[in-house]
Design a binder for this molecule. Structure first.
Ligand SMILES: O=C([O-])CC(=O)C(=O)O
Ligand SMILES: [Mg+2]
Length: 576
């Protein structure tokens, strides 16, 4: 059995032994400098609020700085949840949670982990979308690194200003396509911050190893440009060579500063940049695009799970994507690859089972000339059709997948068209946040008389129809990226391969139980996510070892156990 203890704590060395510390194994004196006294209460990484014991208060000069009562982490958690629930507006809950993160990091993550279903919609979609729209107005303390065009030539210097040195995961955005909300410029920062909170809570990567970054090259959002509280540079977006040179400086500086093994997750870039950056840096960096690849792995897993009630193989079905951007074409690529694996159907043949609709209608070969490169593989021979309902009648899809970023586009007529020739129409409304969802769960179930298999990018509550309760699944990349990243980090992978995405997708699919299926669910409950992440991480790491891109040697014998041992734990440590 390989020695696993030396790498506890999100896969890298836990230099100060903090993640090894438990109730019975107390830590400190620290081998690094940690504030004591008043400053200890102001340091979110070490602060425990009123949970400091009398002994700790004496040892660390805290006597008198706290109310006399000592209360446990659990009781502080209870108090905070009570306070949070008293806020009506989700945005106020968001602000309150972010303030907690600034005050007491472990308590924040404990809350998030113990109350996943309740708090995910606050820290993540949909509320994080609203937070980004109003980021300037609700700004309190900065989180993450802001790298703007003003820093040209100095990006390495900027990176060196970040206090943590052993970074494992970076989530970076340029704010041009924040969820389905469009260009939010520098205010897109809420997304990397939120994604990385999930990296820790769902995937167990240590918070100190996570770095949120926003690259500010301007914004074309007039409203923000005219908003006195806007936090970004006040100019229109740089494009072309200025843009690509700046991103190149960034990617070069990242590798120079953090080496080969840091994961750079691209998030919410506009289509053209997303595809270009992924293609350009995949051969030289450890890069992953969540919107293209993470979404693809999650949706593929759901489609495979849906076959259990739909019957047949993937190749027996016809898929229609509404929206031909990152998510849609990313899913379609992986789907075609999986059809090849399952049925040995040549990729060209499997592509013919997959159709796309973009803003100009059905993507067909007569439009080839004017199509962007990423749409070309999906242009099939067919006469042009523009209206979605006509397209559905012509293509007769078994699955309709919304990746358009446009809310309320699956109208009653659209859903009814799907229900008219499918016994169990598969409907996915993947756009985020909830306002951009192509339809609601209720609409999908009502308009199909309860026959739909439905899932969505943002969460919906269960729906009662005709005395039966339906449980919509959340087909969101949050199921994949935390475990996927953990798998990369813990194996010391230096490159991402498509096969690793399939490995992640299969691992997720493997966690859907018979019971979930009977409820019509194609995803497992999100409350089990830490266990699921460990399985995903193990499968991804196994693939990385198999392909030969893992550098952490020797390979641990039991990868699931190893993944679990790597995961950050938010319980307070006891201080000597
Ligand atoms: O953030 C989410 O909820 C999923 C996602 O990546 C997106 O919609 O861009
Ligand atoms: Mg995204």
């Amino acid at each position: 059995m390989a020695d696993t203890t030396s790498a506890v704590g999100g896969g890298v060395q836990d230099v100060y032994g903090e993640d090894c510390a438990t109730e019975d194994q107390i830590i400190t004196p620290w081998t690094l400098s940690v504030a004591s006294g008043y400053n200890l209460l102001r340091d979110p990484r070490y602060n425990k609020g009123m949970a400091f014991t009398h002994e700790e208060r004496d040892a660390h000069y805290l006597r008198g700085l706290l109310p006399p009562v000592v209360i446990s982490q659990q009781l502080q958690e209870k108090r905070l949840m009570q306070n949070l629930r008293s806020f009506e507006a989700p945005l106020h809950k968001y602000i309150s949670l972010m303030e907690l993160l600034d005050r007491d990091e472990k308590l924040f993550f404990k809350l998030l982990i113990d109350n996943m279903e309740e708090l995910l919609p606050i820290v993540y979609t949909p509320t994080v979308g609203e937070a980004c729209q109003r980021y300037g107005s609700i700004f309190r303390r900065p989180r993450g690194l802001f790298i703007s065009l003003n820093d040209k030539g100095k990006i390495l210097e900027v990176l060196k200003n970040w206090p943590e040195k052993s970074i494992q995961v970076i989530v970076v955005t340029d704010g041009e396509r924040i969820l389905g909300l469009g260009d939010l410029g520098c205010q897109g920062m809420g997304i990397p911050v939120g994604k990385l909170a999930l990296y820790t809570a769902l995937g167990g990567v240590r918070p100190s190893a996570c770095l949120p970054i926003t690259i500010d090259v301007g914004t074309n959002n007039e409203k923000l440009l005219n908003d006195e509280f806007y936090i970004g540079i006040r100019q229109r977006r740089a494009t072309g060579k200025v843009y690509s040179d700046f991103l190149h400086e960034f990617m070069t500086a990242i590798k120079q500063n953090y080496g080969e093994k840091v994961l750079v997750q691209f998030e919410d870039f506009a289509n053209h940049n997303a595809f270009e950056l992924l293609e350009k840096y995949s051969p030289t960096h450890l890069v992953f695009n969540d919107d293209v690849q993470g979404t693809a792995a999650v949706v593929l897993s759901g489609l495979v799970a849906a076959l259990k009630s739909l019957g047949g193989t993937l190749a027996d079905h016809t898929f229609l994507f509404f929206g031909a951007g990152e998510a849609g074409t990313g899913i379609a690529e992986l789907l075609a690859l999986e059809m090849y694996h399952q049925a040995k159907l040549p990729v060209d043949e499997s592509r013919k089972k997959i159709w796309f609709v973009d803003s100009k209608g059905l993507v067909v070969s007569s439009r080839m000339e004017s199509l962007q490169a990423f749409k070309k593989p999906w242009a099939h021979d067919h006469e042009p059709v523009t209206n979605l309902i006509d397209i559905i009648k012509a293509v007769k899809p078994t699955a309709l997948i919304g990746t358009s970023g446009q809310g309320k586009t699956f109208t009653k007529e659209v859903i009814e068209a799907m229900a008219s020739f499918n016994k169990k129409p598969l409907i996915m409304a993947l756009s985020n946040p909830t306002t951009q969802s192509e339809c609601t769960a209720e609409e999908a179930y009502y308009w199909t008389e309860g026959r739909a298999i439905f899932s969505s990018g943002s969460p919906f509550n269960p729906v009662e129809y005709n005395g039966k309760v339906f449980f919509p699944g959340q087909a969101n990349n949050a199921y994949i990226f935390p475990g996927f990243g953990l798998g990369l980090v813990m194996s010391g992978a230096i490159r991402v391969h498509k096969e690793m995405l399939l490995a992640a997708s299969e691992a997720l699919g493997g966690t859907v139980t018979q019971e979930d299926c009977q409820k019509g669910m194609i995803y497992p409950p999100i409350s089990n996510i830490r266990k699921i992440s460990a399985h995903i991480a193990a499968n991804v790491a196994a693939k990385a070892y198999e392909i030969g891109v893992a550098t952490r040697l020797p390979q641990p014998e039991n990868l699931v156990k190893f993944a679990e041992s790597c995961m950050y734990n938010p319980n307070y440590r006891n201080y000597r």
